[in-house]
Design a protein around this ligand. Structure first.
Ligand SMILES: [Zn+2]
Length: 752
């Protein structure tokens, strides 16, 4: 429970009344001192509540916080005192390679990994491990403490707060990000929960997590109300198999596994093996009890057999395999499963018309009226192909038809259309390609729709603008229907919210354990340096596992300089050395130090923070990345190079188990503004040099173009004739950053 509370800057205690006069015991005072070292302070209420707790509880809380911050891991990098570069050169690597391959007899030092480092090459006294193969021999069991300049205040969460949190997450009408979903998974096991009590999960992804929990507790029949369509059933079966919340077809997963294990060195290429083992992993096997449960879900669907069969059509191949593996045919002959029998019958004989088939026919005959009429029957699908339909049948007629169904669409869908229109129609003529994010999560450039070439830039601008107009009109109408507030109602909107895009697409896939932040959040840099860190290999046995931390410095004139394992000390940045193997269980670390004054002098405009897997496979689960900042100097050990201090951590994120990407952009430092924007862009590349710069630029551009929470709140205030005030205490309605962290609360106000 505290793992979740900490994400909301809180500590959970099961207390009712708090004695505000109770004195602190020595254990509590010691606890408070430990928290300060880690950069935390407490509210008065939480402090008094803790005074009544036994020392064991305090110890448990300390353990949870240390776990989240990775305090007990190994934070020693390859180089000791790495703020002073070792001066190692490419020649050092070349000479060492030559000596080790030929076995030449030269004076040198033999290291535990078996490599001979010739005298006169690497300055060995500076390394914690082998500079040639990147295996560490030294681990550290400490971190620095208390150098941070800002303490984060923790507040008290009671049982009712935790229950409220779970309920709002479950009922959120917008999809949850990875941290929120993880919180649901943790809370649902601790808190009593039943669908019958009116807490019905709204989003499909959330439903899957809930169903899995019910199945684990042997309450599969209670999941029935959450299975509305056959697609829900398939989604769940596939989620259990793959851990992915979206239905990714087997061939996509298999191809992706191959891609992740392709290597720059042909001898290290493991793509064929990965393809084989993914195939095995996806083989289906179910026992009878399980099959019976699935059969009764399908048997109890409220839609007709032909409707259900039509829905199953696009994933026909997967269904055929599932039906066979679950032996549903056999099951359907049993009494009580008549509806299932009918469904399978219709499905196998294909006694259904697909709406898609009719639409394709209308397109082929170029029957505009028929096509638009069909699209109006399915507003959600109309929205999905709105842009291409505009190109096919023209802006005016298409939008006329579309405006008849906008009131049936959720606001978040209209918003994501308006966010996407700018890149789709490319009205500035950036040309040739647009960036999309396919189902496996890694954005890539694809060719623009070829029908775009039929229209000039002016008409394309009109197309993009009219989508935004539709969105604004719809929202204005919905806000107006809410009614006007009493004369002179005052609203406070946090300035920060004008930077935060409304979360619809691009959801975070990392887990943020110390404090969840919304993508687009700006962190102010206080001192002259920013220190990036990467820690990986926690809980794994010693092995080769090469993850890399890099910074990509983009100059004003467009020149790009990378600070990475192959370029350890460019102007304004220093890297702590390339570790390629991990020690047993405690993991290992890399750092990059960025010096702002130097970066500014060298005309750097922004710095992109990235980490990626050089080893085969995706980024390692439990890998932690983030950055530190403090107004005070942050130490680097001369003895072993440790440079981590939890109290200086400004933001950190952890890679989740469901991660499919090989690389991740996790922040951008705007040098002149001295601020860091938290954002997340996965990419597929073995090194930072292969990162497609356009993807990052596109992300920045989109963050700037996207409608922000602040803007929409302001529109609402305008429509409802309220006035804006500068401080929260003068307002009747307050919208703070903390308010925005709760997706359900935001949705309640903005996604009408
Ligand atoms: Zn070695």
């Amino acid at each position: 429970m505290n793992t979740v509370a900490l994400r909301y800057q809180a500590i959970y205690l099961d207390v009712k009344d708090i004695d505000m006069n109770r004195q602190a015991s020595p254990a509590v005072l010691a606890f408070v001192a430990r928290l300060r070292e880690r950069g935390y302070t407490l509210t008065e209420e939480l402090f008094r509540a803790l005074c009544a707790e036994p020392a064991t509880t305090l110890a448990d809380i300390t353990r949870d916080i240390d776990e989240a911050l990775g305090v007990n891991l190994n934070w020693a990098p390859l180089v000791k005192g790495w703020d002073v570069p070792t001066g190692e050169t490419f020649l050092d690597h070349l000479v060492t390679w030559f000596v080790n391959v030929t076995g030449a007899d030269v004076p040198g030092t033999e290291l535990p990994c078996g490599h001979l480092i010739p005298d006169g090459t690497f300055p060995l006294e500076r390394y914690n491990g082998c500079p040639y193969c990147g295996r560490p021999f030294v681990t550290a069991n400490y971190v620095f403490k208390g150098q941070g300049s800002k303490l984060k205040e923790l507040r008290l969460f009671r049982l009712s707060d935790m229950q409220h949190l779970l309920e709002t997450l479950l009922t959120s009408p917008t999809p949850l990000d990875a941290t929120q979903l993880d919180s649901v998974k943790r809370l649902i096991h601790h808190l009593p929960f039943a669908i019958h009590n009116g807490v019905v999960p709204q989003m499909r992804e959330t439903r899957m997590v809930v169903i899995k929990c019910l199945m684990e507790q042997g309450r599969g029949d209670e999941a029935q109300p959450l299975m509305e369509t056959p697609t829900d059933v398939l989604r769940y079966l596939w989620y259990e198999k793959t851990g992915q919340l979206q239905i990714i077809e087997p061939r996509t997963l298999i191809a992706h596994a191959g891609g992740l294990n392709r290597h720059l060195w042909p001898t290290a290429d493991r793509s064929q093996e990965a393809i084989g083992s993914m195939r095995d992993e996806l083989r289906l096997k179910y026992n009878r009890t399980y099959a019976r449960c699935v059969a009764s879900w399908l048997n109890s669907l409220s839609m007709s057999a032909s409707q259900a069969a039509e829905q199953m059509h696009p994933k026909r191949g997967m269904w055929v395999r599932m039906i066979r593996a679950l032996r549903l045919g056999e099951m359907s002959r049993k009494p009580g499963f008549e509806r299932l029998r009918e469904l399978l019958d219709v499905f196998y004989h294909q006694n259904y018309n697909t709406w898609q088939g009719q639409l394709d026919a209308a397109h082929k005959q170029n029957d505009r009226q028929k096509a638009l009429a069909l699209l109006c029957e399915r507003p959600g699908l109309f929205a999905r192909c709105l842009f291409s339909t505009m190109l096919r049948y023209g802006r005016e007629e298409t939008l006329q038809a579309f405006s008849r169904v906008t009131d049936k669409l959720p606001a978040r869908l209209l918003l994501s259309l308006s966010n996407a229109a700018e890149t789709y129609f490319d009205p500035e003529g950036f040309g040739g390609e647009r960036i999309v994010r396919p189902i496996t999560g890694t954005p890539k450039a694809i060719a623009l729709n070829k029908m775009l070439s039929l229209y000039d830039l002016k008409e394309r601008r009109r197309m993009a603008d009219s989508i935004e107009e539709i969105y604004l009109q719809t929202m204005t109408r919905r806000f107006a229907q809410q009614g006007q507030k009493e004369e002179g109602s005052r609203v406070y909107i946090d300035k920060e919210l004008y930077h935060i895009p409304l979360a619809v697409g691009d959801r975070s896939t990392t887990i943020q354990d110390t404090a969840c932040a919304l993508q687009g959040t700006c962190f102010q840099v206080e001192g002259d340096s920013v220190r990036l860190f990467l820690q990986w290999g926690k809980g794994l046995p010693a092995q080769h596992l090469d993850m890399d931390l890099s910074a990509r410095i983009v100059k004003r004139d467009g020149e790009v300089v990378e600070c990475a394992f192959y370029n350890l000390a460019p102007t304004g940045a220093k890297h702590s050395g390339d570790i390629r193997e991990i020690p047993d269980q405690v993991g290992t670390a890399e750092y990059v130090e960025l010096e702002l004054p130097e970066l500014e002098r060298s005309e750097a405009e922004y710095v992109v923070f990235t980490c990626n897997a050089y080893s085969n496979g995706a980024l390692s689960p439990n890998l932690m990345v983030g950055w530190m900042n403090s107004a005070y100097p942050m130490s680097i050990s001369d003895k072993d190079g440790v440079a981590y201090d939890p109290s200086c951590v400004q933001h950190l994120a952890r890679i989740s188990e469901a991660n499919l990407s090989k690389g991740l952009v996790f922040g951008i430092l705007k040098v002149r503004e001295r601020e860091i924007v938290w954002m997340e862009v996965p990419f597929t590349a073995q090194t930072v040099a292969q990162l497609d710069g356009r993807v990052v630029e596109d992300m920045l551009r989109r963050l700037e173009h996207k409608a922000t929470i602040g803007q929409l709140l302001e529109l609402k205030a305008q429509v409802q004739k309220s006035s804006l005030v500068e401080t929260p205490d003068k307002a009747d309605e307050r919208y703070t950053y903390e308010w925005a962290l709760n997706p359900a609360e935001v949705a309640k106000v903005l996604f009408l």
